[in-house]
Design a protein around this ligand. Structure first.
Ligand SMILES: [Zn+2]
Length: 309
């Protein structure tokens, strides 16, 4: 998948000079600070920190699955012309470094993985291939504690770019981080009050950072954001056994998922299948209804109450 992305990116690069010729008109700046992000969480964080007083663009289209994203020519121009570009720095956007290096003028770019203590992607199914090289787990934002560090990093960058509004950004950021902290406390309370500490995902597992914050033990059909959709018979049986032996009431799946494995596990064991949102991206309806990182995490908290009690 990565190789394919790089190839497409190379094609786009060769087209760039042509594009500059024809697209000067629509890349002019509006005077407002412009921020471009690849995924939803930093988009939402930047919106909170700036109080919406900026042009903030998320490159993923609503409802688009983040791991199949490929930048369009328009996206690359948006990045080149923005005041701040925020990306994860993980496996799903390896194309970014090459693109940034290709620009004549350096772009202010912020990598989420640089703002947090990163961990390796973990194999959490039954089958382990110890020979396999593991990459960095890029899903740092799934931890509410990391989210505060990320907001701090974004705020610092914005204050440096836009000194005039720095006080405002700092004030907004502090107030928002307070909310994140409060929610983190609620997660701790729910986990500590629960009868269980085990979660089973009949799906991919981008929640290592969140799970580690609260000492949750997680099992999943696929690690990280693998693009597999069918677990092996052995993994399937292992997850079913986990649910039955620990009498777990819930099996989880993530957003934009086929849900097949989770549904099959639920059917087999009689437990409930529930969505646990990793916030990579949201749908058109969710975007329009004002869904936020915090509201998605609050929904996750309700699911935890069901899964751990
Ligand atoms: Zn992912």
């Amino acid at each position: 998948m990565i190789r394919k992305k790089l190839k497409i990116f190379a094609i786009i690069l060769t087209m760039l000079p042509m594009m500059f010729f024809t697209s000067c008109g629509d890349t002019e700046k509006s005077g407002k600070l412009s921020i471009v992000t690849t995924i939803f969480p930093p988009y939402d964080f930047a919106r909170e920190i700036t109080g919406g007083e900026c042009d903030i663009q998320i490159l993923l289209k609503p409802g688009q699955e983040s791991h199949s994203y490929e930048p369009t020519i328009k996206d690359i121009l948006a990045i080149e012309n923005c005041d701040l570009f925020i990306y994860t720095g993980g496996e799903s956007d390896v194309w970014v470094e090459d693109m940034l290096a290709s620009f004549d003028e350096p772009v202010n770019a912020l990598r989420l993985v640089d703002l947090c203590d990163v961990k390796e992607e973990e194999e959490i199914g039954e089958e382990h291939d110890h020979e396999e090289e593991h990459s960095v787990d890029e899903h740092v934002w799934t931890s509410l504690r990391n989210a505060q560090d990320i907001c701090g990093g974004i705020c610092e960058e914005l204050c440096a770019i836009d000194i005039e509004n720095a006080d405002e950004y700092q004030k907004n950021c502090a107030a928002y981080c307070e909310k994140l902290k409060e929610l983190d406390g609620e997660f701790s309370d729910v986990v500590n009050g629960g009868r269980r500490k085990t979660l089973v995902f009949g799906d991919r597992f981008p929640f290592r950072y969140l799970a580690d914050d609260y000492g949750l033990e997680c099992y999943a059909a696929f690690s990280g954001c693998s693009d597999e959709t069918e677990p092996s018979a052995a993994t399937f049986a292992y997850l079913i056994d986990k649910i039955e032996s620990e009498d777990l009431p819930v099996v989880l799946y993530i957003e934009f998922s086929a849900e097949n494995a989770a549904r099959a596990i639920a059917e087999q064991t009689g437990c409930e299948a529930r969505l646990f949102h990793s916030c990579h991206n949201v749908t058109q309806e969710e975007m329009q209804s004002g869904v936020s990182y915090i509201s998605l995490m609050e929904e996750n908290l309700q699911v935890l109450k069901e899964a751990l009690y």
